[in-house]
Design a protein. Structure first.
Length: 101
């Protein structure tokens, strides 16, 4: 006779490790590219009298980066990366519900 307790399959660490590795492979070169471009803007601004025009791109880079970082931090704090499969399931359930009407 069954005791009624269901055994949950345990998810391995492999998906988390894969996500971490892919994040590092993508984010590190992106960060280096951004830092290099930012360094070029600063060098242009400091070295040339006509480099004052570089202030606008520098501010744009900083504000855009800060905005994306804030959105990313907000998403992490609200648990939006905990279950990345749920949105597609919700969308399919909503579509099915609308089709039934």
């Amino acid at each position: 006779m069954s005791t009624g307790s269901a055994v949950k399959p345990t998810a391995g660490r492999s998906p988390h490790l894969t996500t971490l590795v892919l994040a590092l492979v993508i984010l590190i070169p992106s960060l280096l590219g951004f830092a290099n471009k930012f360094r070029e803007f600063i060098a242009l601004f400091r070295g040339d009298v006509d480099g004052v025009f570089a202030i606008s791109p520098i501010l744009n880079y900083l504000l855009a980066s800060l905005g994306f970082f804030c959105l990313f931090l907000w998403a992490i704090l609200h648990g939006m990366f905990r279950d990345i499969e749920q949105p597609k399931k919700t969308m399919l359930e909503t579509e099915r519900m609308l089709d039934d009407e």
